[in-house]
Design a protein around this ligand. Structure first.
Ligand SMILES: Cc1ncc(COP(=O)(O)O)c(C=O)c1O
Length: 400
């Protein structure tokens, strides 16, 4: 009898975490490594949020809470949905988990039966397909290409839907491309969903607040109110409030689904960290002005990285609307050989040679389902980004 479960053989470890770990190991071994793999802001958590957490500890708010979150945070989340998205939710329609990741996982665990399909637009966040597989479902990948700036077209969505489709996972702005859907682009997708009443939408709005230029964020239940009863709107404090380590994510949707998700959580992790929940209350209810301040920094870095990458031979980098990633194509580098003698047969070979020969760590596109590309996270200092892009330029110049 095998000791490890069959389910385990269906999934792979997160490639983005693997890159971050490899870069950290090389650094620890004394190599000059610049990691552009991490999916977290380099800013510190704002002081008012840390103070709220300290106050919660001092007030003894250190015990178990209700499994799916304290009433104060649910109230703050309802107010956030109304304020930012024009969506009306009651506390009974809200669930809070240990990061957006757990909330997404709970939703899939609570709803998928063997053979149920989940449409995932590619390029996708690395965890979606594996979470679907862990929950016993079948990921159906709907490709978005560079021609549409990596945004899913209505035709591609239509083609991916079958009678077995349970969910569409929608993510805007996107990890890994940074692509953000305009109202009209999203409306074209929700129009397709109206024709398929058995399909639900899981909208991962994690990067809602990280948008640049004059881009306006929108979310499916807001764009098409007729989808409200079959939409789970997922969000969290990790990215906008630089709170990745605090592990608070949340979602709102129909009560029956929210209850089912709470049931999964009650038999796995129980409540998310009590102190972090109080910190999240302050994040959502407190001042929001530093988000715009941080975005100015992110936008400046995005512009510099896009310009420098487009100046590298063989690289073509679109300008994304949001998040803190760019997703350049390296089609012009494929088939060449690096100065160190590596054959650039695909984007994994490119990323490996880049790390070994220049010390720059990026995540290869195949990990996100679309090649030949790589993802750069620009959530790191201007100096590190400038140096990394200079090294990428000379690596590309050396390709023969
Ligand atoms: C698209 C997307 N969704 C969800 C998450 C999960 O965020 P967290 O679990 O930190 O709330 C991430 C984190 O990288 C992400 O990029």
């Amino acid at each position: 009898m095998a000791f490890l479960s069959d389910t385990l053989s269906r999934v792979k470890p997160s490639p983005t975490i693997a890159v971050t770990t490899k870069a950290a190991e090389l650094k620890a071994a004394g190599k000059d490594v610049i990691g552009l793999g991490a999916g977290e802001p380099d800013f510190d958590t704002p002081a008012n949020i840390k103070d709220a957490a300290k106050a919660a500890i001092d007030a003894g708010k250190t015990k178990y809470t209700a499994v799916d979150g304290i009433p104060e945070l649910k109230k703050a989340i309802c107010a956030k949905f109304k304020r930012d998205n024009g969506l009306d939710y009651t506390p009974a329609q809200v669930t809070i988990g240990t990061g957006g990741k757990q909330v997404l996982y709970n939703a899939l665990m609570a709803t998928l039966n063997a053979g149920d399909e989940v449409v995932i637009p590619a390029p996708y966040w690395v965890s979606y397909p594996d979470m679907v597989l862990l929950a016993g479902g079948e990921p159906v990948i709907a490709e978005a290409t560079a021609d549409t700036a990596y945004k899913l077209t209505p035709d591609a969505l239509e083609a991916a839907i079958t009678p077995k489709t349970k969910w569409l996972i929608f993510n805007s702005p996107s990890n890994p491309t940074g692509a953000g859907y305009t109202w009209d682009e999203l409306k074209a997708l929700t129009d397709v969903l109206l024709r398929h009443p058995h399909v639900w939408v899981m909208s991962d709005d994690m990067y809602e607040h990280l948008v640049y230029d004059d881009f306006t964020f929108c979310t499916p239940a807001e764009v098409e109110p007729k989808l409200y009863d079959r939409t789970l709107t997922v969000n969290g404090v990790s990215k906008a409030y630089a709170m990745t380590g605090w592990r608070i994510g949340y979602a709102a949707g129909p009560v029956e689904l929210i209850k089912a998700m709470g049931k999964i959580q009650s038999q796995s992790t129980s409540n998310p960290c009590s102190v972090s929940q109080w910190a999240a209350v302050e994040a959502l209810n407190g001042p929001q002005d530093y988000i715009a301040e941080n975005n100015k920094v992110f936008q400046r870095r995005r512009d510099m990285v896009v310009d420098m990458l487009n100046a590298a031979e063989g690289i073509d980098c679109p300008v994304p609307e949001g998040a803190f990633y760019v997703y350049p194509s390296i089609a012009g580098c494929i088939g060449k050989t690096s100065e160190g003698g590596a054959h650039i047969v695909d984007d994994e070979a490119f990323a490996t040679a880049l790390l070994e020969e220049t010390g720059v760590a990026v995540v290869f596109g195949a990990a996100f389902g679309t090649s030949p590309c790589f993802r750069v996270s620009y959530a790191t200092s201007d100096e590190a980004l400038r140096e990394a892009c200079t090294r990428i330029q000379s690596f590309c110049a050396g390709l023969k």
